[in-house]
Write a protein that binds this ligand. Structure first.
Ligand code: SF4
Length: 446
């Protein structure tokens, strides 16, 4: 989601006459889009911004800005943490970043021409206000960086109140874009060579539930999937991330009659213990989560399921942990992101007194990782000798003839070929070996 928001900001700078550079050394404006999900991510962003302050010495006009979740949650206090910071822009104001930065930069460059001392203080902008319809502002892409597989933001915010999560605080309540606007965006992407779209939302399957009605018993999200499916030239559709709440039969059924839906869902489970799910304020039981996975596997035989799990949530006992492990083994996830619980300020779980020690969290993390990795390796090994349809997304930076691609199940496949000819194409690849998490193969020539 942050990647997609950053792209929107980049596009506004391109349109405003700026050139994008990945090298901070060349930049006149340096922006960091921040995540608040873990404390580590915030510390990394603060460290990086601190380090980049050195460019002021060489280029006194450089403008520095924080955007995104940390900017939203910490606001103006960030100016105290990072003295050279100029701009702090929250999650509903991405469309204003260009205006703020351009204004400061122009003033500084004018002042430079007047030969005024350039260590200008007092230009700071902090904008973390709510903005009506901000969900409709993330809809443009950077043409030069167009990938055949591209993200499309369909909504913003979340109405849940998971006790460990800072998102409701930083991203506001659920707001969906109209289907017609999303379809326009996808058609424009298709015209630029995109063949696969991933629809993005904090709880993507709840898209539009408060704004748009059900039609023929189908949720707005399923209506959207059907509308995207009709777009000629779009060959693959993914979405992330769904939630067990609102994951109903209409969505499960859609996998039986919408063949462009890829055979993969990323479905966050968080815990296999009902006791911990309740403490997390996740309003479903483990049994319900398993039931949805089983129905999905029945609807799509080759479905790959990946997940997110938190270990060491406050009060998690060994028994709770083992329930998570058992569920993960039974479902047989193709992969999983395992997080050690991280205390986030302004969240109810951070005030709990029954915090788990870092040593125990680390033990559970490593134990789970070993099991998940082994399942992933075994599943990939089973694909050796098969032929898989992959979408080629381009060559590697080191060797342009070494191409990267993904199967419908979202597994990475590397093969040799011609990047210019094959990028953006769906090709059959004979899988020859697996290095554990990556598959290697050869194109099948008919
Ligand atoms: S569903 Fe829970 S974890 Fe996901 S964004 Fe909403 S509050 Fe956060």
């Amino acid at each position: 989601m942050n990647e997609r928001d950053s792209e929107q900001v980049a596009r506004m700078f391109s349109e405003g006459g700026y050139t994008l550079t990945k090298d901070e050394f060349d930049a006149d404006a340096i922006l960091v889009n921040t995540c608040s999900v873990r404390d580590q991510a915030e510390q990394k962003a603060l460290g990086k911004m601190g380090h980049m302050g050195k460019h002021r010495v060489r280029k006194p006009h450089v403008v520095y800005g924080f955007m995104g979740c940390m900017a939203q949650s910490r606001g103006a206090e960030l100016f105290d943490n990072v003295p050279h910071l100029d701009v702090v822009v929250g999650t509903q104001k991405y469309h204003k970043v260009f205006e703020y930065v351009d204004d400061i930069l122009s003033k500084r460059l004018e002042r430079r021409m007047d030969d005024v001392e350039l260590s200008m203080i007092g230009d700071n902008v902090c904008d973390t206000d709510e903005e009506l319809d901000s969900q409709n502002t993330i809809k443009d892409h950077v043409d030069e960086e167009m990938n055949p597989s591209t993200f499309v933001s369909i909504m913003q915010g979340c109405n849940m109140k998971c006790s460990y999560c800072i998102v409701p605080d930083t991203r506001g309540r659920e707001r969906g874009r109209p289907i017609s606007s999303i379809i326009d965006e996808v058609k424009k992407l298709r015209d630029k060579g995109v063949v696969e779209v991933t629809l993005l939302g904090q709880i993507v399957n709840l898209y539009g539930r408060t704004e748009f009605p059900k039609v023929d018993g189908k949720s707005p999200f399923v209506q959207l999937l059907e509308a995207v499916h009709e777009i000629e030239g779009i060959e693959r559709i993914r979405f992330t991330s769904p939630h067990p709440i609102g994951y109903r039969d209409d969505l499960i059924d859609s996998f039986t009659y919408l063949p462009k839906l890829c055979s993969h869902i990323h479905f966050p489970m968080q815990s296999g213990s009902d006791r911990i799910l309740k403490k997390m304020r996740r309003p479903y039981k483990n049994e319900k989560f398993i039931e949805i996975c089983n129905k999905m596997k029945a609807a799509r035989k080759d479905l790959a399921i990946t997940t997110d799990v938190i270990v060491g949530y406050p009060g998690e006992t060994e028994e709770d942990y083992l329930m998570t492990k058992e569920t993960m083994r039974d479902i047989g996830f193709d992969n999983a992101f395992i997080f050690r619980y991280s205390q986030r300020r302004n969240t109810p779980a951070s005030d709990r007194l029954d915090q788990i020690s870092e040593t125990v969290k680390e033990e559970r993390n490593q134990d789970l990782l070993a099991m998940v990795n082994q399942i992933a390796i075994d599943k990939n090994e089973l694909l050796v000798g098969t032929t898989q349809e992959v979408l080629c997304t381009g060559g590697s930076k080191k060797d342009p003839n070494r191409l990267t691609s993904r199967t419908s199940q979202n597994k990475i496949v590397i093969f040799d070929g011609n990047a210019e000819r094959m990028t953006g194409k769906i090709l059959p690849i004979k899988i020859e070996r697996s290095s554990g998490f990556t598959l290697f193969g050869t194109p099948v020539i008919h």
